[in-house]
Design a protein around this ligand. Structure first.
Ligand code: DX5
Ligand code: ZN
Length: 221
């Protein structure tokens, strides 16, 4: 039985207690910590950068899944690696050279993933698939938590899953945006390995139960 991994998005946390919130998610059974970095240029919102991540890194041993919504990721890869990133995902729509950015991430011993915005077709990542550990499919427009899941992204996830299988790769698929009990089974069916969940976990009374319920719902697809 496949077990869906859950990556709570700290974008929904209380940032005055960022470290404790990470520990809380660790204890609740999070598989990864999903950390949304926004530069106010690539997306219309600003969050935090590498210096903040460096300070909160000690609050968990779970892997840091750093989602860069920034125009020039290549310029900052060293900073995020130094801050303790385990996986760095960046957008295929960014201004940096894609292969150079992937190579830079790998040169630091960190896993690399490419992210697609909702309007970007599956084929946009195909040229890079063999070099990637992860592909992240946005199921909302990037920039904010709490938006509605876009079910029309499911065929795109399936198309990427099929291409990964066809090539015999081990690339994992993550989906991000609006994921909760109502749609996680459909995500699993389409081939998602890791589900990001902000609102669904942070707004729950009991995050441990919410994470467990998401996994159970996904696995009973
Ligand atoms: C949106 C971020 C997401 C977001 C998910 O740009 O990439 O990670 O915080 O939050 P929910 O689950 O609330 O959509
Ligand atoms: Zn994200």
């Amino acid at each position: 039985m496949e077990i869906m991994k859950i990556a709570p998005s700290l974008l929904s946390c209380d940032f005055s207690r960022f470290g404790e919130e990470i520990t809380r998610m660790d204890k609740a059974g999070a598989d990864y910590m999903h950390l949304d970095v926004m530069d106010g240029h690539f997306v219309p919102n600003i969050t935090f950068g590498a210096p903040v991540l460096k300070h909160v890194r000690k609050y968990t041993k779970k892997p840091f899944d750093v989602h860069l919504m920034i125009s020039e990721p290549l310029r900052y890869i060293d900073d995020f690696c130094d801050a303790g990133a385990d996986i760095i995902t960046f957008h295929v729509e960014c201004d940096s050279d894609i292969v150079s950015t992937i190579d830079k991430i790998h040169s630091r011993g960190v896993k690399a993933g490419l992210v697609l915005k909702p309007k970007t077709p599956a084929e946009a990542v195909f040229p890079y698939l063999d070099r990637l550990e992860w592909v992240l499919v946005m199921t909302v427009e990037p920039g904010f938590g709490g938006q509605s899941f876009m079910a029309d992204m499911l065929p795109k996830i399936s198309a990427i899953r099929d291409e990964i299988s066809r090539r015999g790769l081990k690339t994992e698929i993550e989906a991000d945006g609006g994921i909760g009990a109502a749609n996680i089974a459909a995500c699993a069916e389409a081939g998602v390995d890791i589900a990001v969940a902000g609102t669904a976990v942070f707004k729950a009374e009991n995050p441990a139960e919410a994470i467990e319920a998401l996994k159970t719902t996904a696995d009973n697809k």
